[in-house]
Design a protein around this ligand. Structure first.
Ligand code: EPU
Length: 321
């Protein structure tokens, strides 16, 4: 293919590539083109080539937060491999392909405080910004100073407040735009205290989330309590006083807790199973398909709706063309 030949100057190009090799869920059918981009500066040129032939594309930010379809996809999937990290004083610059874990580790090693929570977050920093990833009560929006993005063929900078960050969301998720570079503003601090926080974050994840099986992190968004008075949840069966105090204090109910209370932990469809460790995870026991996972998601939603009157909303990206 002429296009594939042109794209090869920017990195490896594969055809008919199974997405199950590239998602942490190990699920997904073949894609027509799978393109690696070695240098973030080349992203605009690759996009221009795809636009020229009218080929659809998706940027993969580590494949850690997505459920990819079983059916073939006629478009292109792009991975930005550029993982450059540079620390200057209290500012950390990371190119989009850097693993969030690596960025967090580098910041902690440098004695910077603020981003230790990122040590257990899978995927790339570009993907983390796009989805305003979070853990341990913090989110990307707390640490991002500015980012460089490709929007409509132009490379532009967005300051934090221009990114419209909200819970697991950003302007780029809503309106498009490819994150190229991220600047985090952290604070000089106690290296040992940062390291301790990082270890605590890892330990917490290790003890409360499933290990050893392919998964895609939390499936559903947590539920904001003020939503209870919202018209769409007016028939909610929640009794605020029955909720654990920690949720009332935070104003948010853990979706995992609701799935657990609804008795869905361990429930299986095909090789997809609701984790028996954390209710907001589905694990792939081996040969799960996207169809299995979707059917299980529907069953979990139904069970939580019956028990609490709450409609869970997916937080993962579900690719269906
Ligand atoms: N809980 C249960 N049963 C379960 C799951 C949780 O009783 O099956 C209880 C826990 O015991 C705890 C409470 O619910 O008392 C909250 O659980 P947890 O601390 O695990 O937090 P979460 O709200 O369920 C959030 C994020 C995670 C993040 C963790 C830890 C969302 C949707 N989830 O989970 O993020 O790792 O906090 O910081 O915001 C992700 O984004 O993919 C993800 C997994």
């Amino acid at each position: 293919m002429d296009l594939a030949k042109k794209l090869r100057q920017f990195g490896k190009v594969r055809t008919n590539e199974p997405m199950s090799k590239h998602t942490t869920f190990k699920i997904g059918g073949p894609v027509a083109l799978y393109i690696d981009i070695n240098a973030v500066e080349d992203v605009p040129a690759v996009i221009a080539l795809l636009d020229e032939v009218g080929m659809e594309y998706i940027i993969l930010g580590g494949g850690s937060n997505m459920l990819w379809q079983d059916e073939p996809y006629e478009g292109a999937v792009i991975t930005i491999l550029d993982s450059h990290i540079e620390i200057d004083g209290e500012t950390v610059l990371a190119h989009a392909g850097a693993q969030t874990v690596k960025v967090a580790q580098a910041s902690v090693k440098e004695g910077l405080e603020g981003f230790a929570w990122g040590v257990g977050v899978p995927g790339t920093i570009g993907g983390a910004v796009r989805g305003n990833a979070g853990a341990m009560g913090k989110e990307m929006k707390d640490d991002v100073a500015k980012i460089e993005v490709l929007v409509n063929g132009e490379v532009v900078e967005f300051l934090n407040r221009e990114c419209d960050f909200s819970y697991r969301n950003s302007i780029f998720k809503l309106q498009g735009g490819i994150v190229l570079k991220v600047w985090l503003k952290l604070k000089n601090g106690d290296a040992q205290a940062s390291m301790k926080k990082a270890l605590e974050a890892l330990q917490y994840r290790n003890t409360t989330q499933p290990k050893g099986f392919a998964s895609t992190g939390c499936i559903f968004k947590n539920f904001k309590i003020q939503g209870l008075s919202h018209a769409s949840t007016g028939d909610s069966k929640f009794k605020i006083e029955q909720l654990p105090q920690e949720f009332i204090d935070k104003g948010v109910v853990s979706a995992g807790w609701m799935v657990d209370q609804a008795g869905m932990k361990g429930v299986k469809i095909g090789d997809a199973q609701v984790s028996d460790v954390h209710g907001n995870f589905i694990v792939n026991l081996g040969k799960a398909t996207a169809a299995d996972v979707k059917a299980l998601i529907a069953q979990v939603k139904q069970a939580v709706y019956s028990k609490f009157g709450v409609e869970l909303e997916e937080e993962i990206y579900m690719h269906n063309s």
